[in-house]
Design a protein around this ligand. Structure first.
Ligand SMILES: N[C@@H](CCC(=O)N[C@@H](CS)C(=O)NCC(=O)O)C(=O)O
Length: 257
């Protein structure tokens, strides 16, 4: 069974709001669309580099000092004994390895999909990020593990936004999504209409992390699900209508069910 290396949050693994990496949510989206079972290996930021090196995961970029930067998500597929990092490359690997599953990166759109996935957190992320930073500082004790929080703060202060700035960032986030919605095929619920692709995984990643911060009971979440004719809700429903493929593990990676 595929092992997905991901950051642990303070929510229990069975909670759909457990993960908080938009990049991991991309892979979780693709795995579910493809119907490929997987289990998580949860880790914390201080352990990332050591674990990535120990399983042979490639770094995905460089740090400002030029040294390799390791990131989650990365996967280990025991069936092929391959380890793959970087969300786009993971989905690409799944496409080319599991040929009888839904292809997420149609050849004729490869460049477009990769630009969308790799452009500086995508436009959505650029606006979302300050809101996340602010919300993390406000809600963190219940969401981020203390070790992760300590490691994040050691790198510098998390974004400090006034309420007004947060509102502006939220509004920009809505407008960017609105811009996408205008260009998207009305047949939906996917970017390519009825055909799901990597671009949906990218958008879903942002919804995954939004739901982690503002769960379904919050006004922010309800607000967002009504935006643009409710089309983002339809994307989430399309994902949730498929059978769950995640096999839940405890913190040590042992299967629970
Ligand atoms: N291009 C990578 C980006 C992944 C990424 O930035 N992951 C973050 C978590 S959301 C990470 O692992 N950060 C580690 C660090 O900052 O040291 C991908 O698409 O998978």
């Amino acid at each position: 069974m595929i092992i997905l290396y991901d950051f642990r949050s303070a929510n229990p693994p069975t909670d759909p709001r457990c993960g908080y990496s938009p990049f991991s949510w991309r892979v979780r989206f693709a795995l579910r669309i493809k119907g490929l079972p997987y289990k998580h290996h949860w880790l914390e930021l201080p352990d990332l580099e050591g674990i990535a090196k120990s399983v042979g995961a490639d770094p995905t970029s460089k740090k400002p000092d030029g040294s390799p930067r390791y990131t989650i998500p990365f996967i280990h597929d025991p069936t092929t004994n391959k380890v793959v990092s970087n969300s786009f490359d993971i989905v690409d690997y799944l496409d080319s390895t599991y040929l009888d599953t839904t292809k997420m990166i149609p050849e004729e759109t490869r460049l477009l999909q990769s630009v969308f996935a790799n452009s500086d957190y995508t436009l959505v992320g650029q606006f979302m990020y300050p809101v996340i930073g602010k919300t993390m500082t406000k809600r963190t004790p219940s969401l981020v593990t203390p070790r992760n929080l300590e490691a994040m703060k050691a790198r510098g202060p998390l974004p400090e936004l006034t309420d007004e700035q947060e509102k502006e960032a939220w509004e920009k986030f809505k407008n960017v999504l609105g811009g996408f919605a205008k260009q998207m095929n009305d047949a939906g619920p996917f970017v390519m209409g009825k055909k799901v692709s990597m671009a949906d995984a990218v958008l879903f990643g942002w919804f995954g992390i939004t739901r982690w911060l503002w769960n379904e009971t919050t006004d922010e979440w309800k607000d967002m699900m009504s935006w643009h004719g409710g089309r983002w809700n339809k994307l989430i429903e399309a994902f949730e209508s498929l059978p769950e493929v995640e096999k839940y593990c405890d913190a040590e990676g042992n299967l629970k069910i």
